[in-house]
Design a protein. Structure first.
Length: 343
């Protein structure tokens, strides 16, 4: 038993399974984004869109039954034993090099295209035209087919593997080996995360983290123009993590438009404009969002009302209302995001 699920939880911070599930699935509600930020799991946003909810629940229940976690008010807390296992597991586990960059890549779709493209190239090199292609979605199959037609040549295989080698030269030998074992080729079905985990004696979560690191490095090199063939395959999956609406709102705000003016121009409710700004505050780096300018004089009052940042998860909006301040919840949440980013 690897207890790999434990790293998603904590002994002192109660966490909701649904938030973790929605983070993996890439649901960009302000609630999911905020709590993903608070849990330190935001870079996982959208990384496993096909996550099996029931499997996640079963793994959590297994840890509860073993005394490693408890469920209270639909939230999960690790027991001291569970925290010890988590700490030991994190000590032995793979430590990502590009964790913050995961958010900028559609990791799931990138891997799907790479697996199918790798198989197509491998079979093409040995002149094999009859084989069962890697089973994936229709869009991925179409994208890879078009990519192959654009780049088909006698040197395709050599160029493709040279670019892969360029990517893997920047990670450890263990990470490179684990990643290559996942790839599909002629007479090579590709190993599952579980198979690699058993062989390497590393938790599945570590193998997945290795994968995400390799794909993120690949995206970075591709964007820098160092992998023209792979960039043509997956370059469109490098993304700016803000939604289009949030990006538009934030850009307009940066140009000096008030929230009311933005709402009027785009036919939005003021609450929607505020949600867009919260999304931007949560996802953008600390230095790129004007917290102080937006909060203005509210900042000093908020500091007095909420002096203890260590207890942020327990802060209550009710305190603002009891202080006689007629403020929207937006200001409370924005301040929480700011303080989270600063700590």
């Amino acid at each position: 038993m690897t207890h790999s699920i434990l790293w998603l939880f904590d002994q002192h911070q109660a966490r909701r399974i649904r938030v973790i599930e929605n983070t993996f699935a890439g649901k960009k509600t302000v609630s999911t984004l905020f709590w993903g930020l608070r849990y330190g799991l935001l870079p996982l946003l959208g990384s496993q869109k096909n996550l099996n909810r029931h499997q996640l629940e079963r793994e959590v229940q297994t840890e509860i039954d073993a005394g490693h976690a408890i469920r209270t008010n639909q939230q999960i807390l690790l027991t001291p034993t569970g925290q010890q296992l988590k700490t030991a597991g994190l000590t032995e586990a793979y430590h990502p090099q590009f964790y913050s960059g995961w958010l900028n890549v559609d990791l799931g779709r990138t891997m799907q295209r790479l697996l199918l493209a790798g198989q197509v190239v491998s079979e093409y090199r040995v002149h094999q035209s009859r084989y069962f292609p890697y089973e994936t979605d229709f869009e991925t199959m179409g994208q890879v087919k078009q990519w192959f037609r654009r780049n088909k040549s006698d040197s395709l295989g050599q160029k493709f593997y040279q670019e892969l080698e360029r990517v893997l030269n920047g990670v450890s030998v263990q990470t490179a080996d684990d990643f290559v074992r996942q790839l599909i080729g002629h007479d090579q079905p590709g190993e599952t995360l579980s198979q690699i985990s058993q062989a390497s004696k590393m938790p599945v979560a570590s193998i997945l983290a290795e994968r995400f690191d390799v794909l993120t490095r690949m995206a970075q090199l591709g964007s820098a123009g160092e992998l023209p063939l792979i960039q043509d395959l997956v370059g469109d999956l490098v993304r700016f993590p803000l939604s289009r609406g949030a990006m538009t709102t934030f850009n307009q705000f940066q140009r000096g438009r008030t929230l009311g003016e933005i709402a009027q121009q785009y036919g939005l409710k003021i609450g929607t404009v505020r949600e867009h700004l919260l999304e931007a505050a949560i996802i953008l780096p600390l230095a790129q969002f004007p917290y102080a300018a937006l909060l203005g004089s509210r900042t000093d009052q908020l500091r007095q009302l909420y002096p203890d940042e260590a207890q942020m998860d327990d802060w209550q909006f009710q305190d603002i209302m009891e202080a006689g301040l007629d403020w929207d919840f937006f200001w409370f949440r924005l301040y929480q995001v700011w303080r989270t980013k600063e700590t």
